[in-house]
Design a protein around this ligand. Structure first.
Ligand code: ADP
Ligand code: MG
Length: 247
């Protein structure tokens, strides 16, 4: 991907706490992602990975703690402005079924960025090209494979020129043969210098692409480090047990 990625930022999650009623889902989570780096977040189901991502772009407000982009708190930003700076891709692609691929992308550009039609179309086509779907602009989502739909969702997020990208199990809903194409787009984006946080069960991707692997357990990042250290020489028993189940 010779890319249209714009300047990325560093990201820091600092001591974030969040409870749903009496259920303390985040209990002091910390994460550091250098500018242009990729952090993969791994960990058991229910450990708070999705909730952590959602506090980063303020889909949920933490009870305590902070999220910093280049050292500046996102809690001071207007949430709508913030969601243009931080793109997010979900397990379910959330495309509008009645709109063409092109319209799915231009809609956000027109509404959020207030771009004129012509400019929105130009940007949308550029992003579609980058995810290898230049020929599918006029298709409807249902005419595409799950992998192609997810690449459209990625293109839609990238069209807004985010400084950070968050991926929440972006390949978990895909048939196995479609996973590779999506991971390849994500790997290209990482090497193009996007700052990314990737929640994933794809340990091969984490090992090859991540600068940092963070293991979440019961609402905290229990252990984080370079992939080789986390996978080959885990310090915590809980991480060792998790790895023995997934590797
Ligand atoms: P993960 O992504 O690691 O599987 P989640 O962040 O989705 O974990 O969830 C962590 C815990 O928080 C789970 O026990 C889940 O049931 C709970 N949880 C998540 N979202 C909500 C919510 N909106 N209301 C109540 N509980 C929630
Ligand atoms: Mg989750």
């Amino acid at each position: 991907m010779s890319t249209a990625t714009t300047g990325s930022v560093s990201l820091a999650v600092r001591d974030v706490h969040l409870a749903f009623g009496a259920h303390r889902v985040l209990r002091g989570a910390d994460l550091d992602v250098a500018r242009g780096a990729t952090a993969c977040v791994i960990g058991p189901s229910g450990s708070g990975k999705s909730t952590l991502l959602r506090t980063i772009n303020r889909l949920i407000e933490p009870d305590r703690g902070d999220v910093l982009l280049d050292g500046r708190s996102v809690l001071a930003d207007d949430p709508d402005a913030l969601r243009q700076r931080i793109g997010m891709v979900f397990q379910q692609f959330n495309l509008f079924p009645h709109l063409t691929v092109l319209r799915n992308i231009t809609l956000a550009l027109r509404r959020l960025k207030k771009l004129p039609e012509e400019e929105a179309v130009r940007l949308a086509r550029e992003q579609l090209d980058l995810v290898g779907l230049a020929g599918r602009a006029d298709s409807r989502p249902a005419q595409l494979s799950g992998g192609q739909q997810q690449r459209v969702a990625i293109a839609r997020a990238l069209a807004l020129r985010p400084e950070v990208m968050l991926f929440d199990e972006a390949t978990s809903a895909l048939d196995p043969e479609l996973v590779k194409g999506v991971l390849a787009v994500m790997a290209d984006l990482a090497s193009a210098g996007m700052t990314m946080v990737v929640v994933t069960h794809e340990m091969g991707f984490a090992r090859e692409v991540a600068d940092t692997v963070a293991f979440m357990d019961r609402g905290v990042v229990l252990e984080a480090g370079e992939p080789a250290a986390v996978f080959e020489d885990p310090r915590h028993d809980r991480l060792r047990r998790f790895l023995s189940q997934v590797l």
